[in-house]
Design a protein around this ligand. Structure first.
Ligand code: PLP
Length: 455
C-alpha cells in the first residue's frame, strides 16, 4: 500500500506558497493547531453551499463544514440576508448593551432544551464549558472536575487533559491517567482534573465515589467526538450517581447541539443535565457559545447590583457574592440574528429529517462500497455527524479507536483531498442541508478511486 501524499503534482502550489508565507508571520502557519495537517493545510478562497474552492481553483465537497458549525452549508442566502438586514436595521454592528435578540434566543433555547431554564452567551464553545465549570465550583463549593478520556471541551488547562493520550502513557482502561495535551499546563491545574473511562459505569462509579468530596462537576460529550454514543444505561447511571454525590452534570453539546436533534443529545437520551454548553451551529457560522441550565445554578452569575469587579469605589463585589461572567462581545446581535435564522431554517417541516436521511444514505453507500472491497469498515454516528472506522469491532470509547486501521483511513483521507473531498484527515463527517445526491455520488466515486489507488 502506497502511503504517498505530498501534493507533489503542483496542483496545490498556490496553497503551498501561501502556507509558506504564513509560516513566517503565524506560528506553524495556522491560527488553530487542530487545523494543521501535513504536508500543509489547504488555503481556501471561496465557498458556496456544500463546496469549498481553494486558491489553486480546485473544488471540494466539504464534510468538515468548519468542524460542524455550518449545518446549512456555506453562505446560505437566508442566513446571510438575515444578518445583513439585521445589521442595517439596527444601524450598528454591536450595541454593547442588552438588546431584544438576547431574549428571543434565550427563549428559543429554553423551548428546545428542557434542561435549560436560563441562558448566558459567550463567544466560543470553550468559554461556555469554562463558565459552566466555574458555576459548578461555586455551586458545590468543591474544586475538582471529572472529565472523560477522549472528550474535548476546548483548549484550557483543566480540560486539555487526556483528549488524545497515547497507549503507552494512558494507564489502565478502568483507571486512566491524566495526561496533559499541551506544554504550559501547571501541575496544580492538572491535579484538579480526574479522568474517567467513557461507557464504563462501574469504573466511573468507583472513581466518582473515591473523589466525591472534591468533585464539583462531571463534564462530558454525550456523544463522544459527535460520533461515539454514550450507552443509555451509562448515561442514566451517571445522572443518578452525580445526583447522589452532589456533583453537577455538565453536557457539552457544542458539537451535538442541533446536529443530532434540535434539542441536542439530551432530548434523544431523555436525560436532564444540570448545565449545558452550546456553540457551533448556534452561531450560523459566526463565533458563539452559550451556557444554559437550572435556574438556581445560573442565577449565581446574576450581578451584585451594588457593585462590580471594575468599580473604582473600593466596593467591588466580594468573591462570595457572585460568579463573574463577562465578555465584550457576549450576546452579539449579528451573531444571534444569524443563529436564530439557522434555527428557524432547521425547524421547518422535514428539514432535519431530510438531513438525517441524506446522512444515512451516504453512510449506507460508503459501508456497501468498503464491503465490496473486503475492507472491514463501519460508520458510527448519530443525526448529521458520523465517522468512518476501519474496524468491525464494537467502538464504545476512545481506546477502542486504537484498534481500527487508522493508517489506511488517513491514507484514504489524503487521497480524498486530491479527489475533491474535503475533510481534515481522520476527522468526522458533518453533513449540511446543502449537500445533495450529486455530492453523495461524487463522494462515493472519490472513495472508490482512493481505495483503488491504495490497494
Ligand atoms: C464538544 C466540544 N466542546 C467544546 C469545543 C470548543 O468550542 P470552540 O472551538 O468554539 O471554542 C468544541 C470544538 O470543537 C467541541 O467539539
Amino acid at each position: 500500500m502506497g502511503l504517498k501524499f505530498s501534493f507533489e503534482d503542483g496542483r496545490k502550489a498556490q496553497s503551498q506558497g501561501l502556507f509558506n508565507e504564513a509560516e513566517h508571520v503565524i506560528p506553524g502557519g495556522i491560527s488553530a493547531n487542530i487545523k494543521y495537517f501535513s504536508p500543509h493545510p489547504i488555503v481556501m478562497e471561496k465557498a458556496a453551499g456544500s463546496k469549498l474552492y481553494d486558491v489553486d481553483g480546485e473544488e471540494y465537497i466539504d464534510y468538515s463544514l468548519c468542524y460542524g458549525a455550518l449545518i446549512t452549508g456555506h453562505g446560505h442566502k437566508r442566513i446571510i440576508s438575515a444578518a445583513n438586514q439585521y445589521m442595517e436595521s439596527i444601524g450598528t454592528t454591536i450595541f454593547g448593551t442588552p438588546h431584544k435578540l438576547e431574549i428571543t434566543m434565550a427563549q428559543k433555547l429554553i423551548d428546545l432544551y428542557p434542561s435549560i431554564d436560563m441562558v448566558r452567551y459567550t463567544n466560543s464553545g470553550l468559554e461556555a464549558t469554562l463558565f459552566a465549570i466555574r458555576l459548578a465550583v461555586a455551586y458545590t463549593g468543591k474544586n475538582k472536575i471529572g472529565k472523560f478520556e477522549g472528550h474535548y471541551h476546548g483548549g484550557y488547562d483543566e480540560v486539555l487533559v487526556s483528549v488524545n493520550p497515547n497507549e503507552q502513557e494512558a494507564g489502565e482502561s478502568d483507571n486512566p491517567i491524566a495526561i496533559p495535551e499541551s506544554k504550559g499546563i501547571p501541575e496544580d491545574k492538572l491535579s484538579q482534573t480526574i479522568v474517567l473511562p467513557f461507557n464504563d459505569l462501574d469504573a466511573t462509579e468507583r472513581i466518582l465515589r473515591t473523589h466525591a468530596n472534591e468533585l464539583a462537576a462531571v463534564i462530558l460529550e454525550p456523544i463522544q467526538g459527535g460520533f461515539i454514543p454514550a450507552e443509555p444505561p451509562f448515561l442514566e447511571g451517571l445522572r443518578k450517581l452525580t445526583n447522589e454525590l452532589n456533583i453537577l452534570l455538565i453536557f457539552d453539546e457544542v458539537k451535538t447541539g442541533f446536529r443530532v436533534d434540535l434539542g441536542g443529545a439530551q432530548s434523544i437520551y431523555n436525560i436532564t443535565p444540570d448545565l449545558t454548553a452550546l456553540g457551533k451551529v448556534l452561531g450560523g457560522g459566526f463565533p458563539v457559545g452559550a451556557i444554559g441550565g437550572r435556574k438556581d445554578i445560573m442565577m449565581l452569575s446574576s450581578p451584585n447590583k451594588e457593585s462590580d469587579v471594575f468599580s473604582v469605589d473600593g466596593k467591588s463585589s466580594h468573591k462570595n457574592d457572585v460568579v463573574f461572567h463577562s465578555g465584550t462581545y457576549n450576546g452579539h446581535p449579528i451573531v444571534l440574528s444569524a443563529g436564530l435564522e439557522t434555527i428557524h431554517l432547521l425547524e421547518e417541516e422535514g428539514v432535519m429529517k431530510q438531513l438525517f436521511n441524506k446522512t444515512n444514505s451516504l453512510r449506507r453507500q460508503l459501508e456497501a462500497l468498503y464491503a465490496s472491497y473486503n475492507i472491514p469498515m463501519q460508520t458510527i454516528g448519530m443525526g448529521s455527524i458520523f465517522n468512518i472506522v476501519l474496524s468491525l469491532d464494537t467502538i464504545r470509547n476512545y481506546r477502542d479507536m486504537w484498534r481500527a486501521d487508522n493508517k489506511l483511513r488517513e491514507a484514504i483521507d489524503r487521497e480524498l483531498l486530491d479527489l475533491g473531498v474535503f475533510l481534515k484527515p481522520l476527522n468526522r463527517y458533518s453533513m449540511s442541508t446543502s449537500h445533495d445526491d450529486m455530492d453523495i455520488k461524487q463522494t462515493i466515486n472519490a472513495h472508490e478511486t482512493a481505495i483503488k489507488r491504495l490497494l
